[in-house]
Each structure stands twice: as structure tokens, then as C-alpha cells.
Design a protein around this ligand. Structure first.
Ligand SMILES: Cc1cc2nc3c(=O)[nH]c(=O)nc-3n(C[C@H](O)[C@H](O)[C@H](O)COP(=O)(O)OP(=O)(O)OC[C@H]3O[C@@H](n4cnc5c(N)ncnc54)[C@H](O)[C@@H]3O)c2cc1C
Length: 435
């Protein structure tokens, strides 16, 4: 199967949706691809759970409604895993595969949570903050469950509020950032009244829940599932009984696809110019891969991209002012929620770092780098392909992955078998047990 478009958008979160709508409104032939079965990305992926519809729910309805009315061809449930030529992406859905040809490409692949290893972090019911929220949105019942929320970043407060609305009891929210950093962050919010209001609203929603800065989990305890978590609170250990530990250390951009295409990366993010153009011709990028800044920034960057890709440069530049204000917020998020060095000493020799391949910290600490660790221990060689442990080892040992190769996500051999033409993939024919 092959498809041809003026503008191909990868990622149907707020950034991708805004880009697709704006480009389609300007008359471009647009397609949007997302691995999820529905548009909305991380934030709009399910009902908000609030009894009264709030701004987020209103925005979700407005933008996904606009997308369904726009002349945009949608490919939901499709995962982009390769870029066989400069103007082609390759995607898979179950056993099907297709090539998407484009004149302009918009990368809006969002971000994911960072996990750090500590004793017990692989126990059942220790989950990512956003991961647990996603499971509750998909129907996991948590009424009456005690959930400790820990890690860093504004997602802790947002998810704690969400879990409370679904009947969970939150004994404590542990934030690794210091009170001093949080105070500076709050002061910076005075220049962003919308964000300040959102923060106050979340604070109201978490109610009397204990919030502790300078705090992080040092161990999740339990035999078959988590039963309690030991946290370090301003240097003192405290053990808190719980049914779940929701734990995430802020967000990191999904930049595998831009790396595969050869886009330049700066300070961990895709480098873009004023019009969100990457260093590769006709490849644009919007939303979290260019900086972690929240839904409003993703939306405005998406609009700028859609207009730029459609050649509406003057229209696009009218949005620069709004974007700059929101980028200031993104920079203050980066400063406030930067990981403190003490977290590097959380793993013990027997702590698993690569959970796909069961690789212990003791096997990794003497390796010279990411490549050596992969060769010697299989760290990063399992189904997640280093998407989880690679971020942890980058923080723990300062290792950088030295290449990104397709498939950037696991894909079935059957999906590949019907494809023809150029490919970056090296397929091995397996015969009689020999490859
Ligand atoms: C787990 C998680 C939970 C979050 N929860 C909240 C919250 O409760 N409240 C809040 O304010 N903010 C939340 N955020 C932050 C929020 O996601 C961002 O502020 C904003 O929505 C980002 O929009 P985006 O369009 O840049 O990216 P996203 O919304 O992340 O959208 C990116 C999309 O790209 C798709 N994608 C990525 N790679 C591929 C590929 N190769 N092929 C096909 N599709 C692909 C993904 O499936 C996803 O739908 C959360 C973030 C995460 C990671």
C-alpha cells in the first residue's frame, strides 16, 4: 500500500492536530498518522473524569471536532517505524504495512516519561505517573486505593488531582526539586496568569494532600506487589504503606524519528527555526520534541507548522509572540525540574536497570559506554529498544546512544514481508535455525 500527500503529520496529539487542521484549511492534501486508535495524544486520550467539563475537556472537544471536520485523511493505529527514502515514511498496523510519501513532513511525536531505577521499582503496581493515569482512563478501578505519587515535574500534581477525582487516596506527593526552585518557579508564573490559575486550580483539587519537596523514593517494598514505599524526605527516610506507587521523573522528547531523518538536535531537543523547520529540508517539528512546555505551546507550534508547511509565512509569524511567552514557561520547567545528582545513587548493585533483559546495575557500572553495555550485557536490546533504560543510563552514567536504526519501534516480520523498494532495514532470512 502506498499513499501520497502534500503534508504528512506524524503524531495526533495537540501539536499534530493543530498542524494538520491549519495545513488542510490552506488547501493542502494532508494526512495524520498515530499509533493510537484515536486522536488526542497523551493529554486528550480519554475522559477527564471531572463532573463539570473543564477547559482541557473543552479544548479536546474543540480540536478533535475540528480535525474530524477538516479534510484530513487519518491513519489511526499506524506506527511509523522507518524512513526508507528522504520523502517516504514507512508504517505498520498489526500485520499491514504502508509507505507514506510526502512533500512536507511534520513530526509531532510528543514526549514520554522518564523512569529511574531504585530498589523495588520493577515490583507490580509501581507505575509511571502518566502510565497509571492512562490505565485509569482505560478503566482500571482505583477507588479506595492508596497511591503514593513521586518523582518530579508538574505531571505529579495533575495526575494526583486526577486520581483523587477517581476515588484514590493520595497519602503524599513527593517532589525531588527543592522548595527554593519551586518558589522561583511559582514567582515566574506571575508573568503567566493562565498557568498560574491552572496551578492554583490543581492545588485546590489535590486538597489537603501532603506535598513534600526535596523528597524522592529510595525503595519500593513488598513481596509479590508493592506494599509500601520508603522515601527520603529532606534526607530522612520515611516508609509509607500504599497499594500503588506512581512514579515519573518529568518528560523526555520522542526524537527517534527526527534522529533517523538526520535532524540536528540541540540540548536534547530537535533544533528548529522560527517557522519550526528542522535542519532537514521540508521536515518540520512541533510540540514536545522541540521542548517540554505543555499543551498550549504544542498547539501554537502546531499551528505555526501547519501554516508554514502550507507556505502561509506571514500568517505563521503572527503567532510568534504567543509562542515566545510559552517557551519562557518551557525553559523554567527545564530549570526547575532538572534531576538532582543524589538520584544517581538510588540503584543498588542488584537493582535491575534494563527491565526487558534483566540487566543489573552491578553489570553496567563498569562498562565504558552505551555500545559496550549493549554488546556485553544486552542492556537496551529488548522490546523497548532502550526507550526506558537508555534514558536512565544517560542520567546515571552520561551515556549517549551512538546511532538510531530502523525499525525505531518493534514491528512484525509479516508487516515487512509485503514491502518492496528501498529500505534501511537489514532483513535476515531465517532458515533451518540459521540466520
Ligand atoms: C504519559 C503522559 C501523560 C501526560 N498527562 C498530562 C496531563 O494529565 N495533563 C497535562 O497537562 N499534560 C499531560 N502530559 C503532557 C502533555 O502530553 C503535553 O503537554 C502535550 O499534550 C503534548 O502534546 P504533543 O502533541 O506535543 O504530544 P503528545 O500529546 O504526546 O502526542 C504525540 C503523539 O505522537 C504519537 N506518536 C509518537 N511516535 C509515533 C510514531 N512513530 N508513529 C505514530 N505515532 C507516533 C503518539 O502516539 C502520540 O499520540 C502528559 C504527558 C505524558 C508523556
Amino acid at each position: 500500500m502506498t499513499h501520497q500527500f502534500d503534508v504528512l503529520v506524524v503524531g495526533a496529539g495537540p501539536a499534530g492536530i493543530a498542524a494538520a487542521i491549519r495545513a488542510a484549511e490552506e488547501g493542502c492534501r494532508v494526512a495524520i498518522v498515530d499509533e493510537n486508535p484515536h486522536p488526542g495524544g497523551q493529554i486528550w486520550r480519554g475522559p477527564s473524569g471531572k463532573t463539570k467539563p473543564d477547559k482541557a475537556a473543552g479544548d479536546a472537544l474543540e480540536w478533535t471536532g475540528r480535525l474530524s471536520r477538516a479534510s484530513v485523511q487519518t491513519f489511526f493505529g499506524w506506527h511509523i517505524f522507518d524512513a526508507p527514502t528522504a520523502k517516504t515514511l514507512r508504517g505498520a498496523r498489526d500485520a499491514d504495512a504502508a509507505d507514506f510519501h510526502f512533500k512536507s513532513l511534520v513530526i509531532a511525536t510528543g514526549a514520554r516519561e522518564r523512569f529511574l531505577p531504585f530498589p523495588g521499582w520493577t515490583l507490580p503496581n509501581v507505575m509511571g505517573v502518566g502510565g497509571l493515569q492512562a490505565m485509569v482512563k482505560s478503566g482500571l478501578p482505583i477507588r479506595g486505593k492508596r497511591i503514593v505519587v513521586a518523582g518530579t515535574g508538574p505531571l505529579l500534581l495533575a495526575v494526583a488531582a486526577y486520581l483523587r477525582q477517581h476515588g484514590a487516596a493520595i497519602p503524599i506527593i513527593c517532589e525531588q526539586a527543592s522548595w527554593r526552585k519551586l518558589a522561583r518557579f511559582s514567582a515566574a508564573l506571575l508573568a503567566q496568569p493562565g498557568k498560574l490559575l491552572q496551578g492554583l486550580q490543581l492545588k485546590r483539587e489535590v486538597g489537603e494532600t501532603r506535598f513534600s519537596a526535596n523528597s524522592w523514593p529510595v525503595a519500593a517494598n513488598g513481596r509479590t506487589t508493592v506494599e509500601s514505599v520508603t522515601i527520603s524526605r529532606s534526607g530522612k527516610p520515611e516508609t509509607i504503606p500504599c497499594d500503588y506507587l506512581a512514579c515519573g521523573f518529568h518528560l523526555v522528547p520522542n526524537i527517534e524519528l527526527p534522529l533517523l531523518l538526520g535532524c540536528q538536535i540541540q540540548n536534547g531537543y530537535v533544533r528548529v527555526d522560527d517557522f519550526q523547520r528542522t535542519s532537514v529540508a521540508e521536515v518540520f517539528c512541533a510540540g514536545e520534541p522541540t521542548g517540554i512546555g505543555g499543551v498550549e505551546l504544542s498547539l501554537v507550534e502546531g499551528e505555526i507548522v501547519g501554516l508554514s508547511a502550507a507556505g502561509r509565512i506571514a500568517e505563521a509569524s503572527k503567532l510568534f509572540g504567543r509562542r515566545e511567552k510559552l517557551r519562557r514557561f518551557a525553559r523554567s520547567l527545564d530549570r526547575t525540574f532538572r534531576l538532582r545528582s543524589e538520584l544517581r545513587s538510588l540503584p543498588q548493585p542488584e537493582t535491575i536497570v534494563c527491565r526487558c533483559e534483566d540487566v543489573y546495575y552491578s553489570r553496567l557500572r563498569d562498562q565504558s559506554g552505551w555500545r559496550a553495555a549493549k554488546l556485553q550485557t544486552r542492556c537496551g536490546m529488548g522490546p523497548c529498544q532502550g526507550r526506558i533504560c537508555g534514558l536512565a543510563t544517560e542520567f546515571l552514567f552520561d551515556w549517549k546512544p551512538d546511532s538510531v536504526r530502523p525499525p525505531i519501534f518493534p514491528v512484525r516480520v509479516k508487516s515487512l514481508s509485503g514491502l518492496t523498494g528501498d529500505s534501511n532495514l537489514e532483513l535476515c532470512e531465517i532458515t533451518g535455525g540459521r540466520s
